[in-house]
Design a protein around this ligand. Structure first.
Ligand code: OGA
Ligand code: MN
Length: 295
């Protein structure tokens, strides 16, 4: 296996190993797992991946999320990000499917709003637009390491509240239905995630974060925006331009990502599997001293 660095201090392409190797072989899994812990974003090219192969690969890393009812792929381990409607045509820009992609264009980590957050996501490109539609990544581990010791001390013991309908609300009102909202109550996580494999810490917030425990709302909004701006400043990202057959895996504990726009009339179909975090991944069990209600 060859590791080719891609981004500014994180992200790497793996050559000489396939998703099928990882599914079938312990040694291949161990090598890829080590690269994942180290580089945070892994790119596999020319995989010609099927749904089954993607699921078999992803399962190696931990338990898989089951896609909720309101999302394409409901009841399976696959999230289908598609702009092709039931009639086989590309949907209009205000369609639910298109708005979902738009929400993905805010800097975020996956599933921070779930009761069990995600260790990793695996995304495969199935149909790509001719232009645009890249996925951009930054390292929140490197962001953490750039903060001054005083800033690190300040953030270390803060807890942020995450809510799915908060990030979706930035795109369109009522994009999240009442049932979906009830199924996803806000979650509160320490704003730093320590990776037990290497002891390295990462800033853990995202577009879903809407409040900081015990902090006045204005001050919390300001701090969240400052931290996300610091993590995502120009020059810090790796932008993945998709080719057919690409698979990208990322560490939701140590990165933020966002989709980039593309011409609305062009189709884009991506398939994601999402791996839940476990205690071995440093899943946080500490709860904040008190609970606070949504804004
Ligand atoms: C995701 C996501 C961005 C994209 O699948 O979690 O945010 O470029 N995707 O499709
Ligand atoms: Mn995402």
């Amino acid at each position: 296996m060859e590791i080719i660095p891609l981004g500014p201090g994180f992200a790497a392409e793996l050559r000489g190993v396939t998703l099928a190797d990882v599914a079938a072989d312990d040694a291949a899994y161990k090598a890829v797992r080590a690269a994942f812990e180290e580089h945070s974003v892994l790119v596999f090219r020319d995989q010609g991946v099927t749904d089954e192969a993607q699921v078999a690969f992803s399962r190696r890393f931990g338990p898989l999320e089951v896609t909720p009812v309101a999302t394409e792929g409901a009841g399976t381990n696959l999230v289908i990000l598609t702009t092709i409607g039931k009639d086989g045509k590309v949907v209009p820009a205000d369609d639910r499917l298109a708005l979902r992609n738009k929400a993905n264009q805010l800097w975020h980590a996956d599933s921070t709003f779930k009761a069990i957050p995600a260790l990793a996501s695996v995304l495969s490109g199935r149909i790509m637009p001719a232009q645009g539609g890249e996925t951009e990544y930054v390292s929140t581990r490197l962001a953490w390491e750039r903060f001054s010791p005083a800033t690190q001390r300040k953030i270390e013991n803060l807890f942020a509240w995450h809510d799915y309908s908060h990030s979706r609300g930035k795109i369109a009102a009522n994009i999240v239905g009442a049932a979906e909202r009830a199924a996803l109550p806000p979650q509160c996580w320490r704003m730093v995630w320590k990776n037990p494999a290497n002891g390295r810490r990462a800033l853990y917030i995202a577009s879903h974060a809407y409040a900081i425990e015990g902090m006045e709302n204005g001050a919390a909004q300001k701090l969240l925006a400052e931290l996300i701006d610091a993590a995502t400043a120009p020059g810090l990202s790796y932008e993945h331009s998709w080719r057919k057959g690409d698979v990208v895996m990322w560490d939701n504990r140590a990165t933020l990502h966002r989709g980039r726009p593309w011409p609305a009339h062009e189709a884009r179909v991506m398939v994601r599997t999402t791996i839940s975090a476990t205690d071995a991944d440093g899943l946080q069990r500490v709860r904040p001293p008190s609970r606070q209600t949504a804004e």
